[in-house]
Design a protein around this ligand. Sequence first.
Ligand SMILES: [Zn+2]
Ligand SMILES: [Zn+2]
Length: 135
Amino acid sequence: MPKLTGHCLCGQVSFEADGDIVMQGNCHCTDCQQVSGSAFATLVFVKEDAVTITGETKRFEHGVDSGNKLTKDFCTTCGSQMFGGNVGRPGMVALKAGSINEKEHIKPQFNVYASRKLDCVILDDTIPAFDKMPG
Ligand SMILES: [Zn+2]
Ligand SMILES: [Zn+2]
């Protein structure tokens, strides 16, 4: 039962998550590259009702190919990406690996959107890779 804690760059936003990590993985989709400003995003999914958030975030909502709407919550002061959500899959929150203090719990189980990964990224071949989102 890992208890995760974390915070944004400036510390205005912090969170605690009680309970188990539902799943975690690396997403190489273009949206994650764009919003993170990095090569890919490592997302750690936990149940929304297990997460307690302190501080003020702002929400950006955008549509994706599947017709779903995704949300991205970021710190209103420093802009750090904090929480991801899927309007079509309520009850789950994607924490960002980089904001989590307990780094020992960050163990991605899969790579998704591997078809869009940057050439410079070498995938861990001991975990499954999917060209798109499986399912
Ligand atoms: Zn901040
Ligand atoms: Zn993505």
